[in-house]
Ligand binder design. Structure first.
Ligand SMILES: Cc1ncc(COP(=O)(O)O)c(C=O)c1O
Length: 389
């Protein structure tokens, strides 16, 4: 591959913090860079407490444990997402119920959520939590979703794994849930190579999750355990990368917005659309989303074509209710008889959007998209001509 979807991009100061960690021998899942990284993210998001852990999935797992999710419980989950949103529901042997997306933000549909709650109340299956994703760096419609969850008294876990730097009505993603999480995986805007964070204004919640994340060691001189825990804490070295990355976040956001604008301009004459962000928020444009006319070229055909040219593109997330793993799961669609996210899955492709991508590289991506569409359009015309004869 010559051009990746969203590869890591260092700002330059990361190495200074890594060297500082080495110089002071904080080569452990503990240390000043870890504390400073948590503080930097808290201040940026405007939240009181944060805990840095080894992945976004670990962050969700800790949050679900804090919310008391256990075997036999139901959890409403965004249907249109990466599996990492839902894995931890299965770790706790609870049952996910999937909620479709709405057309404006592609995030959880308030219409489907309300349908699901009405059903759950009637069936005595009310969920213990709702996991709502800010997908592809775009905020969910919080003013519509929060009141519904409040009405039923169910807490929200905001999965902002992909959305650091995005806002909704001026407020940062990662500050809407009772508990929120980020991922710092290598492909995210801010990376610690692998990592995640859980945030909450509830100090007791973060303290308890910190305790579980370090093997639930009681405060004794010897090793004493009353509960089981996990080895989930982020390394101080990884946090040093994150600390440097945070200094570069605004630059990354500015670059990604420009990339988005160039895609819109570059594709304006084609029979495609680049998804524009909802006016309710500001996307971080983690990935740009290309909507195809699948009668001309399908996502699979375009992704395969680009791959042959050394360009990494991907179909959008395959909805959870379509996954073999969840074939027996209950799910609620946005439309009467149709899932919006199924329509999106059949139409949309994620394009390279990394903030290290040069203008020339992006132009190459656009040129190859144009060529692919022309090849497939010409082929269709040939076939039609043959039939006409
Ligand atoms: C929406 C979403 N949730 C959760 C995760 C899990 O995060 P991690 O890969 O850091 O475990 C990811 C992605 O990586 C994600 O995109």
């Amino acid at each position: 591959m010559k051009i990746y979807l969203s590869p890591p991009n260092m700002g330059g100061t990361e190495i200074k913090y890594i060297n500082r960690a080495f110089d002071t021998n904080w080569i452990a899942p503990n240390g000043p860079e870890l504390n400073a990284f948590e503080k930097a993210v808290c201040e940026y998001i405007n939240m009181d407490n944060a805990l840095a852990v080894s992945s976004g999935t670990a962050a969700i797992h800790l949050a679900l444990r804090w919310l008391g999710i256990k075997q036999g419980d139901y959890v409403f989950c965004s249907d249109f997402t990466f599996i990492g949103s839902c894995d931890a529901v299965l770790y706790e042997k609870a049952t996910p119920i999937f909620i479709d997306s709405e057309p404006d933000t592609w995030n959880m549909s308030p219409v489907s959520l309300e349908k699901a709650f009405i059903w759950a109340k009637k069936e005595n299956k009310l969920p213990k939590a709702v996991i709502i994703v800010d997908l592809y760096g775009e905020s969910a419609d919080w003013d519509a979703l929060i009141p519904i969850c409040k009405k039923y008294g169910v807490p929200i876990l905001e999965d902002a794994a992909e959305a650091i730097g995005a806002t909704y009505k001026g407020k940062k993603c990662g500050s809407f849930g009772d508990i929120s999480i980020f991922s710092f995986n290598g492909n995210k805007l801010i990376t610690t190579s692998g990592g995640g964070m859980v945030l909450s204004n509830n100090k007791a919640a973060i303290d308890k999750m910190r305790f579980w994340s370090t093997q639930a060691r009681e405060n004794f001189i010897h090793y004493e355990h009353c509960e089981y825990g996990y080895n989930y804490r982020l390394s101080n070295i990884c946090a040093a990368i994150g600390l440097g990355q945070m200094e570069f976040l605004q630059t990354k956001l500015d670059i990604r917005r420009k990339i988005h604008e160039r895609y819109i301009k570059g594709c304006e004459d084609l029979p495609v659309n680049i998804k524009e962000a909802s006016e309710k928020g500001k996307s971080n444009y983690w990935l740009n989303l290309l909507m195809l006319n699948e009668k001309i070229i399908t996502p699979e055909q375009l992704v395969t074509y680009l791959q042959q040219k050394g360009i990494e593109a991907r179909p959008v997330w395959k909805p959870m209710h379509m996954q073999p793993l969840f074939k027996d799961a209950i799910s609620f669609s946005h439309y009467d008889k149709e899932f919006l996210d199924e329509i999106l899955f059949n139409k949309a492709v994620c394009l390279p959007s990394g903030d290290g991508m040069s203008n020339e590289q992006q132009q190459e991506v656009i040129n190859e998209i144009k060529k692919a569409i022309k090849i497939y359009t010409d082929n269709k015309n040939e076939v039609n001509k043959t039939y006409a004869v």
